[in-house]
Structures are given as C-alpha cells and as structure tokens.
Ligand binder design. Sequence first.
Ligand code: 2P0
Length: 344
Amino acid sequence: MSHAVTCTAPVNIAVIKYWGKRDEELILPINSSLSGTLSQDQLHARTSVMARADFASDAIWLNGKQESIENPRLQNCLREIRKLAAAKQTHQQGAPLPTDKVHICSVNNFPTAAGLASSAAGYACLVYALAQLYKVGDSLAEVTKLARVGSGSACRSIYGGWVRWVMGEAADGSDSIAEQVVDEHHWPEIEVLILVVSDHKKTTSSTAGMQTTVETSSLVKHRADKVVPQRMEDIQNAIRARDFETFGRITMQDSNQFHAVCLDTYPPITYLNDVSRGIIDMLTKYNAHKGKIQAAYTFDAGPNAVIYLPRENVNEVVNLVRHFFPPAVGAEAAFVRGFRDVPA
Ligand code: 2P0
C-alpha cells in the first residue's frame, strides 16, 4: 500500500534578519527574527512525498534531479518525524509505518540559491508534507520546530502573514519556535516587489557565512544583544498599528546592519553589488523627495532587492525601477505580490 501527500509552501522575507547560530546542530539562533510570508501564487516550493513498504530506500529529487539523501539536515528532519510517528501509541489510521521508505520530489518555481529564501520554502514544504503523511506534528508550533532543524528560516514559512521566530532559551530548542504575529488579512495594503538583480548561485552560503560571522565579528554580538530585542518590539508594534513609516525605517535599518555585520566578518562577506547599492540610493532619494517613507528595501544573502511598500506606490516605484534599472543594467521588476494563507 502507498501513501502520498503533495503540499506547496511560500517564501518568507525577513525584515528583522536571522544571522548567527548558538547551536549548529539544533539550529538555534543568536537573535529572534521576523518576516512577511509572501503569497504562494508565484514564489513557492511544491513537494510530493510518498511512502511504501516496498521502496528499497529513501530517495529525494530536487528540481527533477536526484540528490543525496544523506544530507545531514534532511536526515535530521526524517529522523525527528519518524521518531514522533513511532511514539504515537497506536498506529495512525491511513499513515505509513515509520519503517516504510519515503520518496521525496521537490520543485522550486524560482532560482534555488540566489538568496531568495529557497531553503526556507523547501524545508517548510518538506516538513509540512512529511508531518501530514505520518500524521504527526499535532500543532503548527510543533511543525515549526521540525522545519527549523531543516533550515532556520524555514520555521517562519509555516505561517502566513507576519511571523516571528522566537529565539528561545532552552538548550534543547524546545522553545525556539515560530509564531504568527498577525495574519495575512491584517495589512492587505502592503505589497512586495522583488527585483531580481542576479539569479546566480550565491558565493557564500548562509550557513557557512553566519558561522564565520559568529566566530569573527564583534558587531554581531552587539546586534544580537543590544539592537534586535528592541527592534523586534518596535516592528511588531508598527505592524499591529499599520504604521508604515516606522515599519519601513526599521526594515531598512535592519537590512543595513545585517550587511554591515557581513562586512565586519573576516574574511568579509559581500552580498550586495553595485546594482543593489543603486537601488538603495534610488529608494533613499525617493523617500526623501516624498518627505516620508513610501517604500522600504531589504536584502538577504544575495544582491536581489525586496521592496515592501503600500499598494498605492507600486506603479510609481516600478516605473522608477524600469527607468533607472532597465533589464540591460541588471535589475528587473519581476514579481509583485501580497500575503497568503498557511501551506496547502
Ligand atoms: C533571514 N537569512 O532571516 C536571513 C536574512 C539570510 C539573510 O535566514 O543555516 O538559509 O539553513 O539555518 O535559514 C538564511 O539562513 O540558514 C537566512 P540555515 P538559512 O531570512
């Protein structure tokens, strides 16, 4: 007998960035973080999982190509889910046995390693699908913990709307979970514009980059201990109050500090390029010209810009981008999207 589940999960884009772990194995961060989950209409991972007693071994295909199932992060997810399945007192009706082998097929509909949070959507989708398959993860909080051990930022893609990942204090990671701050209906005027500057694979992976940062940067300690806690409070209040001025300022400041921390790392990490810096300049001048913040940029571990902005400013900003950064220059207004519901 075979059991199969297919899910999709969206990308999330942090406005308070996660950068640095206190525990590499359990993926426990040195600071809390907060993100908006995008609509899954355009940027998503789609994962199918199938378990059968007669499969010879576990196997995984990513974007149509078979990859090693021995990836330690993947093994951690599979082991934790099977442990939960085995711990259920009675075998769950309609679920495979924990000993059945599983085949996993996952496809991203966007560049996989260009700093567009592909691992977040990928692991959120994988873990959600496996939890459905094995009928474990009784609460979404539990599922966020399972997603976290695949990739830290994945825990935030389990919810729609605005989501915080609470760093937690426990050494076993039991309180390091994602929680929804407000759902996707709370601030429907906000849109997300993604400017694809490059779809090449990034030069320094987030995992390796943040490890070097924790080992060498003094700025990151200051950031984690002294800056982020207050910013987490302030941005949640701004989101709840739909205060775009405060939200936008903190978003841009936190992106700037994350990239300053990258430069404070030794050897330094550079994710932004000249086009990224040009986009920062353009939006800084646009906001100054308007006399208040009308659009807020943020950059992850790559040169691509993500712009949060009220819908009424989308056309104006898209026209500015087209004027100053035509495709030949390197940026393209690729996606305009809002928020979404939980994985489906
Ligand atoms: C974030 N990033 O909060 C930040 C901003 C990149 C810059 O989460 O090692 O791929 O798998 O836990 O989750 C990228 O880190 O790293 C990331 P792992 P992950 O979205």
